[in-house]
Design a binder for this molecule. Structure first.
Ligand code: G3P
Ligand code: CA
Length: 302
């Protein structure tokens, strides 16, 4: 899709600034139900659909540049295996951290588009986080909106083991673009609590921090996290089971609330009714959703 067209959609469909404490619709990997995840086009479409916050997952390149990718490796979402067949590691993976940005920019990004449909796609590329931020800030400037971002550094432990810690470059880039302070329109999320602790205590960020979890967290861990963190990003089935029933009388949300933590839920699809339940029955603060338009519709209660 033409980038200009995506931005035009954003201008036409913008829905107003993000309000403090307002429930937020978070575009999961961009409008990833509609366009290849983690492309500028998917981010722009999500913006145009009225998402309050856009989600980039991020990993580092060989020279330490942040790029937008859910996976540490590139073969599931790009044509890296065709372009650089000899560059896989012994385990069969083509790690982003083994490639320069100049090499990654040669790749075609497909997201999770089935192989059989890839030939029908126009050319998408893997964006840097800086390009993503520039896109969002440009659309904010042109529309008067104030959409936020919620970067997720992927596997900080892996990056550290490779000798390239990811936390400092992330915070440095966010600060370069004005994301600092409690009111900045940026939230950092991560599955590794130690990484979040490092960003708060060692690297002294004051951005909101969200701990992602796919399993229930004990009261003692919630108590530990609240000393420096701000919210929990919960797998949806910790709150509602596959039959649409509340788990343990909404016990997990209540426990998070008890510790003064915000709650965000991942990941919804084209599910307006479910989105309403999470937002208004279970009372979460935000939802990650592949179909941001459905999330926006649910939030409006139409
Ligand atoms: O960050 C919320 C959600 O995106 C976590 O799952 O695997 O899509 O990054 P994943
Ligand atoms: Ca994510």
């Amino acid at each position: 899709m033409n980038k200009g067209l995506c931005i035009l959609l954003g201008l036409m469909m913008g829905l107003g600034a993000l309000m403090a404490n307002e429930k937020v619709i978070i575009a999961h990997r961009g409008a990833s139900a509609y366009l290849p995840e983690h492309t500028l086009e998917a981010y722009a479409l999500a913006y145009g659909m009225g998402a309050d916050i856009i989600e980039p997952d991020v990993v580092l390149t060989k020279e330490g540049i942040l790029i937008c990718s859910h996976d540490l490796y590139l073969e599931a979402t790009t044509d890296v295996a065709e372009k650089f067949p000899e560059r896989k590691r012994d385990n069969g993976h083509y790690y982003a951290i083994d490639f320069t940005l100049q090499e990654i920019k040669q790749l075609r990004a497909y997201g999770r588009t089935p192989v059989s449909e890839r030939a029908t796609l126009p050319r998408f590329e893997v964006p840097t986080l800086e390009e993503m931020i520039q896109l969002i800030q440009r659309m904010n400037k042109q529309t008067g909106r104030d959409a936020g971002i919620v970067p997720e550094p992927k596997s900080p432990a892996f990056h550290a083991k490779e000798g390239k810690p990811i936390e400092e470059p992330l915070l440095r880039l966010l600060e370069k673009y004005g994301y600092k302070g409690r009111d900045a329109k940026a939230i950092i999320q991560c599955f590794e609590m130690d990484s979040l602790r490092k960003m708060r205590e060692e690297l002294r960020t004051d951005l909101p921090l969200v701990f992602l979890t796919s399993t229930l967290i004990s009261e003692s861990v919630l108590n530990e996290f609240k000393q420096f963190g701000d919210g929990i990003g919960a797998y949806r089935y910790l709150i509602e089971d596959a039959q649409g029933r509340s788990v343990n009388e909404n016990g997990f949300v209540k426990a998070c609330r008890h510790h003064g933590l915000k709650v965000y839920v991942w990941t919804l699809k084209n599910e307006v009714d479910a989105a309403r339940r999470f937002l208004y029955d279970y009372g979460v603060d935000g939802i990650f959703i592949d179909n941001p338009d459905a999330g926006v519709q649910a939030k409006r209660k139409e």
